[in-house]
Design a protein. Structure first.
Lengths: 143, 169
């Protein structure tokens, strides 16, 4: 009796429910990241008498949608200049980077690290005027 | 012994593949009782039919589907999407309110959308709201809801589910 009533009284319809989770990546940096270049071990110190490159590295957190491979936009070089210097007041730094790869989601557990390294060769800093050099570089991540 | 009238019933009611003669007696017994049962079942059917005629709901239009706007996990928040359904409900005392039940192809507790490739799922819930009523015609809004926490770590790509909506009566 229940079967008879049920089959006659119930109507059904099918509906498709769809969505798309977009691939997206974002940097997560609490403050503006900076790179301190050195060839002595002391922060931001370059000794022109040495023959080792001056290097520095910064690590920046990023997150991506799970499974999404980030694409980083990094210029090959950065220019540092000294506003208070006279003479040769420009240094060229080569930029290289590595990353942890594909995303694992947008929560803390999905944190990944992008590492950017700058390097100034001895040939560049030997002839540079003494002083404080700074420069800015824009790094992007997509999608 | 089987009376002629009983034998007639038995032959008419016996299954086509009834090959074992030994079971013929029990079949014969069933068929003697069957006419009475038929009357009883017919009564029940008539009763049920009259009840259905008194109160019923049918879909009078299909749905184009429920399509969410794209989910951005970097700004995950509650997402909703809806569709409209037109239902015709009749009863002796006006237009009854149908009861909805939802069954999903990828599970019903909870309902889930499945990634088109990966074995990953995004759960969702359904709610209903009657938006208009005119005579026996009713329009209902079916809303699907996904919580931000349920897709913040989801794999990128398309997801879908086939949702069966049932209304009673």
């Amino acid at each position: 009796m229940l079967c008879v009533g049920g089959s006659g009284a119930t109507e059904t319809i099918q509906i498709t429910v769809t969505n798309t989770v977009v691939p997206v990546c974002r940097f997560f940096a609490a403050a503006a990241p900076s790179i301190s270049l050195s060839n002595t071990g002391a922060p931001s110190e370059i000794d022109p008498r040495l023959s080792t490159p001056a290097t520095g590295i910064v690590r920046i957190g990023y997150r991506c949608t799970s499974g999404t491979l980030p694409a980083f936009g990094v210029p090959p070089t950065a220019t540092l200049s000294c506003a208070a210097c006279t003479g040769n007041a420009v240094l060229g730094a080569a930029l290289t980077w590595i990353s942890d790869g594909a995303g694992r989601g947008m929560t803390d557990a999905g944190n990944r690290v992008f590492s950017l390294t700058a390097e100034v060769p001895p040939s560049a800093y030997r002839s540079a005027a003494p002083g404080d050099y700074t420069g800015n570089v824009t790094v992007t991540v997509s999608p | 012994m089987i009376a002629p009238s009983q034998r007639s019933n038995a032959l008419r009611c016996a299954p086509r593949n009834a090959m074992v003669r030994a079971s013929f007696r029990s079949l014969n017994w069933s068929c003697v009782v069957l006419p009475g049962l038929r009357i009883l079942i017919a009564s029940v059917l008539l009763f049920a039919t009259s009840a259905l005629q008194a109160q019923s709901c049918t879909f009078s239009s299909g749905s184009s589907g429920i399509v969410f706007s794209p989910f951005d996990p970097s700004a995950a928040s509650t997402q909703t999407a809806f569709t409209a359904l037109h239902i015709k409900c009749v009863s002796a005392s006006g237009s009854p309110t149908p009861a909805f039940t939802f069954t999903g192809l990828n599970g019903s507790a909870p309902l889930r959308m499945k990634h088109v490739v990966q074995a990953s799922y995004i759960p969702y819930t359904m709610s209903t709201l009657r938006t208009s009523i005119s005579g026996s015609n009713q329009e209902w809004r079916l809303t699907a809801t996904v919580l931000g926490a349920d897709y913040v770590n989801a794999d990128s790509g398309p997801y879908s589910d086939t949702l069966t909506v049932a209304i009673t009566p």
